[in-house]
Design a protein around this ligand. Structure first.
Ligand code: GLN
Length: 237
């Protein structure tokens, strides 16, 4: 991103995928960029509109089964997201949005539905709904602190060789194979709600840094105290 321009945050399909306060991820990104003097512009892309290719960071949230299927169909047809990611944009995809990024996911009757093929993952309906707090240790290559959040999904996700697990599950279900989420290039997929970036500001900074380069440190001591309190409570449970 050129230093004199604005960081464009693109929130995909708020009319279809916007459960559990995932839109809070937009606010966290805006705030963390602005606190460093980076101007931001946020674009809300409804599912009837084309996905702009000029965004810097793309966000997509969780949702119910039917809107999830509709979102996958429209994103595939649109193609803008693929072009933006191929052009170097970063992205956080949460829960239903995460599943959509793969080759396939389970529909409302468990039927296989085509995803958009941005990540080398495949999801199906699991044996039981995964609900509750999630704690996971992040891949050392990313250098991020422990992830916290909550999950609520039926799907389980198998990772292919084209992605790396984002983290190893300490508490909760995540992908269903001992790992939580995945990443490839500048795209992160996760089952974490919370919103994920409010609970894990370092993950927000990773998405920003991938796009704008090194970031000035922020005083996060207030949030860190809350994070530690939450982690201690969940791990003691
Ligand atoms: N419908 C998907 C599932 O149950 C995603 C749910 C969600 O986004 N919370 O796996």
């Amino acid at each position: 991103m050129p230093s004199d321009s604005v960081l464009r945050i693109v929130w995909i399909y708020p009319d279809l995928l916007s459960t559990y306060g995932d839109q809070g991820n937009v606010l966290v990104l805006e705030q963390r960029a602005r606190r460093r003097g980076i101007d931001t512009e946020t674009i809300h892309v409804r599912s009837s509109d084309p996905v702009p290719e000029s965004g810097d960071v793309y966000l997509i949230g969780g949702g119910e089964d039917r809107p999830q299927i509709l979102a996958a169909q429209r994103l595939r047809k649109d193609g803008g997201l693929h072009r933006a990611i191929a052009g170097g944009a970063s992205m956080l995809a949460v829960c239903a949005g995460y599943q959509i990024m793969g080759s396939t996911f389970g529909g409302e009757e468990g039927q296989p539905v085509d995803g958009i093929g941005l990540l080398d993952i495949a999801s199906t309906r699991g044996p039981a709904r995964a609900v509750g707090e999630l704690v996971a240790e992040v891949d050392a290559a990313l250098g991020l602190p422990t992830l916290t959040g909550f999950e609520n999904h039926m799907g389980v996700t198998r990772l292919g060789p084209g992605v790396r697990p984002l983290s190893r599950t300490v508490k909760g279900t995540g992908n269903g194979d001992g790992y939580e989420g995945c990443y490839a290039g500048h795209v992160v997929g996760t089952y974490l709600h919370g919103p994920a970036l409010a609970r894990n500001p370092a993950l927000a900074d990773l998405l920003l840094a991938w796009r704008v380069g090194q970031l000035a440190p922020l005083d996060d001591s207030r949030y860190e105290a809350l994070r530690q309190e939450r982690l201690a409570t969940v791990l003691a449970d």
